[in-house]
Design a protein around this ligand. Sequence first.
Ligand SMILES: [Zn+2]
Ligand SMILES: [Zn+2]
Length: 194
Amino acid sequence: MDIYYEPGLENEATVASESVAKVFLTNCKILEKDRGQLLRYNKLVNGYELRGLENQVPSLTLTTKDLFMTGSTSRDDDYFYGFSYYSAWVSVCRLWSINDQPEAEIKVKKQTFVRRLDHVLIHELGHIFVRNQEHYEPYIITNEKTGHKTDTGEHCLDKRCVMSQFEDLVMLETHINDRYPGYFCERCRSSIRV
Ligand SMILES: [Zn+2]
Ligand SMILES: [Zn+2]
């Protein structure tokens, strides 16, 4: 599998390849490449929308761009830490923040950021490599202040499984702390095919 990274994210690409080797037992080719041409800029949210990825082979792309759902009008609600549809994408700009706001550079301890990055990229690749998702259920995030709903797709209901959904960095940290040592619940793990 290939891992693409924007210039400046080579350390993150190395972290990613080590995570993938450890969890999915496969080696990656690491390639410096800005894949921004696959995205569409949405000026309402000052971020990029993911679109038209149907013909991609499985890969992972690391970007500093803030990622949003297609047609998003809500900067506070519709962003993704990562996204997976044929290929997996992970944005670092909020994962290295203190308070979920997009940042141009790392604002937390490197170890904190690396733990978050590892979890999110394994989650996104899990959307591709966990082949039996019959036990998944739709997950919708509701903003308690505004009532805004974001449909984040189907996820594992086992809160200790890396394939369960989280809503913000606080919840992500809880999930990392409580996660199974092998990342996946038994039902997800048994159908992983890379
Ligand atoms: Zn997910
Ligand atoms: Zn699971």
